[in-house]
Write a protein that binds this ligand. Structure first.
Ligand code: MTE
Ligand code: MO
Length: 319
């Protein structure tokens, strides 16, 4: 389904980096103010995405158009507007990239993404994404099971939780420079899963979407995707993974403890304090006046696979 009202990205916005840098040279002599007006953030060269080799997936879900997936984003490190990440994240430096492994595991240390990528073959996973704001997408991710990666580090019996952190680099991330620009979040963004959730085969470490490496706005070069939980659990641009004995503090829970819990499993019958979660807007399904909705499913439709994770849990795992 194409969205006729969606603005299309003009060719002028996707000029390659060399050309863009040449333009910068050309305007060097201009005054700062006119340089800025010639180069609004929107004109930043789109980050180059590399094609990936991966095993394709079959799915009968209707994919969200790629343009929507890469222009309607939540990545508060780059601003709180849905269009901000695509505008402000293009210069994010994703090479070289390292992920630090620490805590309750036999093997810890810093690992290059290039090496991590050699450990497991890449596969496509077509998953629903349900944001806590009551909109949804269907995204063809490319990655590998988080559990397959974590097993290599031999977590100890004390590893009850896995804690993830996003890059903290205010020089690259304008949302981290002040509270107002970054939506009030105390950076770095932190998320966590129980060890059982982290080891579940559906839990994905994604490095690509739509056949290519992730664009920065979607969490390049490596991000989490937990399809049965609200989207805020799926932390982007990960630089640290920590095995912990204790439940960590997590970003959205810290920000509004009465609105966002640790588990955040999708449930249509548990309303957010300020809105219903019973249904969701399908992003890319039509224009402002014709956008379709669907009923939200328990565990976002993945209950058959994941409900057993919560059978022994007494606390409210829907919060
Ligand atoms: N570091 C970080 N990760 C993040 C966020 C964020 O603001 N910062 N937003 C979350 C939210 S609310 C959602 S819905 C998803 C959106 O992922 P997408 O932009 O790839 O669709 O990313 C999640 N991961
Ligand atoms: Mo979200």
């Amino acid at each position: 389904m194409m969205n006729k009202l969606a603005p299309s990205l003009p060719e002028s916005l996707v000029t390659d980096e060399a050309l863009y840098l040449n333009r910068r040279q050309l305007i060097k002599g201009a005054t700062a103010i006119s340089a800025l007006s010639l180069m609004p953030a929107k004109r930043a060269a789109a980050a180059q995405r590399q094609p990936l080799n991966y095993q394709r997936a079959e799915s009968n879900l209707d994919l969200t158009p790629e343009k929507k997936v890469t222009t309607y984003n939540n990545f508060y490190e780059f601003g709180t507007d849905k269009a901000d990440p695509a505008k402000h994240a293009q210069a994010l430096k994703t090479k070289p990239w390292q992920v630090a492994i620490s805590g309750e595991a036999e093997i810890t240390g810093s690992f290059n993404l290039e090496d991590i990528l050699k450990w497991n073959p890449l596969e496509e996973r077509i998953y629903r994404l349900r944001c806590v704001e009551a909109w949804s997408m269907v995204i063809p991710w490319i990655g590998f099971s988080l559990g397959d990666m974590l097993k290599r580090f031999k977590p100890t019996s004390k590893a009850k939780y896995v804690v993830f952190k996003t890059l903290h680099d205010p020089a690259q991330m304008p949302g981290q420079r002040n509270r107002w620009a970054g939506g009030g979040i105390n950076y770095p963004y932190v998320e966590g899963l129980t060890i059982a959730e982290a080891m579940h085969p559906l839990t994905l470490m994604a490095v690509g979407l739509y056949g290519k490496t992730l664009p920065p706005q979607n969490g390049a070069p490596i991000r989490l995707v937990v399809p049965w939980k609200y989207g805020f659990k799926s932390i982007k641009s990960i630089v640290s993974i920590h095995f912990s004995e204790r439940r960590p503090r997590t970003t959205w829970h810290d920000l509004a403890p009465n609105e966002y819990g640790f588990f955040a499993n999708v449930n249509p019958s548990v309303a957010h304090p300020r809105w219903s979660q019973a249904s969701e807007r399908i992003i890319g399904s039509g224009g402002i006046f014709s956008q379709k909705r669907r009923d939200t499913e328990l565990y976002n439709g993945y209950g058959e696979q994941v409900a057993s994770l919560y059978s022994g849990i007494k606390e409210n795992h829907f919060f």
